[in-house]
Design a protein around this ligand. Structure first.
Ligand code: NAP
Length: 189
């Protein structure tokens, strides 16, 4: 069964990036023992990103000039990018630009994932759109020992314990990884 999983790193106070879309706060954390992304990649069939996240990846990795680096991370797995714009796509990358309600793209995204999971890479509002649509199954958040005064929010939604069930809490080096199952509205644990 395909699960839709929002997997990300966050500051302690719930930011993904600072107001300039910088991840310096994250890259300054000691990486020893950090969560193993490779293991998570193995369970992933499709990536889903918002435009700002996608544009950050293009910039940070210089992907328009060095498109082969795309495959090193994403392989041949499709990436759905939600955007209202015609964004550039690195040569050879399976990037699918989509616009509008997540429900319109949901069937395609799940079909593309096959028997693997969908990784919602970010940002927080996009994950929130999947939550709103009843289409988010799990949150896996690695909290880092850092805080910011503002920036891109982790999950800008009002959501309480009736929707979130803590399934595990693990230390990974300097990160605290929390896994929450997302319960259907009125769902039982
Ligand atoms: N800490 C981490 O591990 C981590 C993980 C992921 C991301 N990040 C960072 O966090 C920041 C996230 O940025 P963000 O909060 O602005 O979120 P984002 O989801 O990356 O980008 C938001 C943009 O996506 C487009 N969009 C979203 N929903 C849409 C929809 N339904 N239809 C069409 N377009 C849609 C819109 O852009 P347009 O309409 O202008 O195209 C919107 O302004 C980035 O800097 C990213 O690099 C960090």
């Amino acid at each position: 069964m395909t699960d839709i999983v929002y997997y990300t790193a966050s500051t302690l106070n719930g930011f993904l990036a600072d107001a300039s879309h910088s991840l310096d706060w994250l890259f300054s954390v000691d990486n020893a023992g950090a969560p193993d992304i490779a293991a998570f990649m193995d369970t992933t069939g499709v990536f889903v990103e918002g435009a700002a996240t996608y544009e950050w990846v293009l910039r940070a990795e210089n992907l328009m000039a060095e498109p082969r680096k795309w495959q090193q991370f994403y392989g041949d797995k499709p990436t759905y990018v939600f955007t209202s714009r015609k964004l550039p796509i690195p040569a050879g990358a399976d990037v699918r630009l989509v616009n509008g309600p997540v429900t319109s793209a949901l069937a395609d995204i799940k079909a593309a994932a096959g028997d693997k999971d969908v990784w919602i890479v970010g940002g927080g509002d996009l994950a929130g759109q999947f939550l709103d649509a009843g289409a988010l199954n799990e949150l896996i958040i690695s909290f880092a020992p850092a805080a910011l005064t503002g920036g891109a929010p982790l999950l800008p939604r009002s959501v309480g314990p009736e929707r979130l069930k803590l399934r595990s809490a693990q230390q990974h080096g300097q990160f605290a990884m929390l896994r929450y199952e997302v319960l259907a509205t009125g769902g039982a644990a």
